[in-house]
Write a protein that binds this ligand. Structure first.
Ligand SMILES: Nc1ncnc2c1ncn2[C@@H]1O[C@H](COP(=O)(O)OP(=O)(O)OP(=O)(O)O)[C@@H](O)[C@H]1O
Ligand SMILES: [Mg+2]
Length: 317
């Protein structure tokens, strides 16, 4: 069925050297589409991914991929349907891009004819036709990332797992990557991508995000669901009149401003509207903007950390 989870983990845990709890009882649900796996440095993203792709065995917990136990007898079948691009790819630098794809294709035992046409399609997809005969060692960072995607797609996987692949790309390279990934999603592939670069996930129009910190899941869901859960709105008001700022200070969860707007974070936009309305009437201020919207990913991310700090009583560093 379309909306059956592609990946599910249950209390997934990894303890390194009996002291570093890199992943701590992590239960996530990845449905078809793009899933942004977010968290700061050291949060446990790469460790989780290594367990998903089977290169690291969990200390505890279970993983289901395509509805099957990913730690059991179906492991080989599952892995045939996964493409993976690691955080720091160390490809066979001495090979050309084309040779790498031939090699990976042979590992998957793809018949020669099929492989030739697939390689040429993939080189076109990642825009490396002109560089296919150059050594990977001589590729730029962006080209290495793109050949990484191509090799991960050689077996036409249903699930693509990408660890921080956009982190060392320039804006143009990133935007190309975002479009490439959106295209793959439209072909029906599920993309699990870890990053700490939030605007990326926004541009990709991720269907869901999971936010982790210190190995634990903090929040998970679609942007819409997370907004509903958090119940906070961002209200933009212009002009940014001193009287408004003064008064609203007492009602806002947070108050900030841009060059020409007040930015109010509130869990009660109606109340904010009433105050703005009253003050503007009393003081002849003409309000030309009052827009209330949900939080964007970056704001959700910050908010998520705020909330857990309060909930679990962790003090700010
Ligand atoms: N092989 C290992 N042995 C011991 N500790 C490890 C090992 N791999 C990772 N860790 C620790 O586990 C924690 C999580 O690391 P991980 O690489 O999963 O984080 P990450 O979220 O991918 O971070 P980044 O954004 O920097 O890539 C860190 O404290 C790290 O030092
Ligand atoms: Mg990592």
């Amino acid at each position: 069925m379309m909306s059956d989870p592609i990946i599910q983990t249950f209390n997934l845990t990894k303890l390194f050297d009996q002291k570093t709890l890199a992943v701590n009882k992590l239960s996530i649900t990845v449905k078809p589409g793009i899933y942004g796996f977010l968290g700061p440095n050291g949060a446990g993203k790469t460790t989780t991914i290594k367990m998903l792709i089977g290169s690291l065995f969990p200390t505890e917990g279970r993983i289901e991929i395509f509805g099957k136990d990913a730690l059991g007898k179906d492991i080989a079948d599952i892995h045939k349907r996964i493409g993976y691009v690691p955080e720091n790819p160390t490809y066979f630098m001495d090979m050309t891009g084309e040779e790498l794809l031939e090699y990976v294709g042979s590992v998957f035992k793809i018949p020669q004819q099929k492989l030739i046409s697939r390689i040429s399609n993939l080189l076109r997809l990642v825009d490396l036709q002109d560089a296919k005969s150059r050594k990977i060692a001589k590729y730029s960072a962006g080209m290495k990332q793109r050949i990484g995607i191509a090799q991960a797609l050689i077996n036409d996987p249903d699930l693509l797992i990408l660890d921080e692949i956009t982190s060392n790309l320039d804006p143009l390279g990133r935007s190309k990557m975002v479009n490439l990934l959106k295209g793959l999603k439209n072909e029906g592939k599920t993309i699990f991508i870890s990053t700490h670069i939030l605007p990326e996930i926004e541009k990709m129009e991720a269907d869901s995000i999971g936010i982790i910190n210190q190995g634990q899941l903090i929040l998970e869901g679609s942007i819409k669901e997370l907004n509903e859960k958090l119940g906070t709105k961002i209200i933009k008001i212009s002009p940014k009149h001193d009287l408004l700022r003064e008064k609203l200070k007492h009602y806002a969860l947070n108050i900030g401003e841009t060059a020409d707007e007040l930015i109010i974070e509130s869990d009660n936009p109606d109340q904010v509207w009433k105050i703005v309305n009253r003050i503007s009437m009393e003081n002849d201020i003409i309000i030309n903007k009052f827009i209330s919207s949900g939080l964007e990913i970056e704001q959700l991310f910050m908010k998520a950390f705020d909330i857990t700090k309060k909930d679990i009583g962790v003090e700010n560093k």
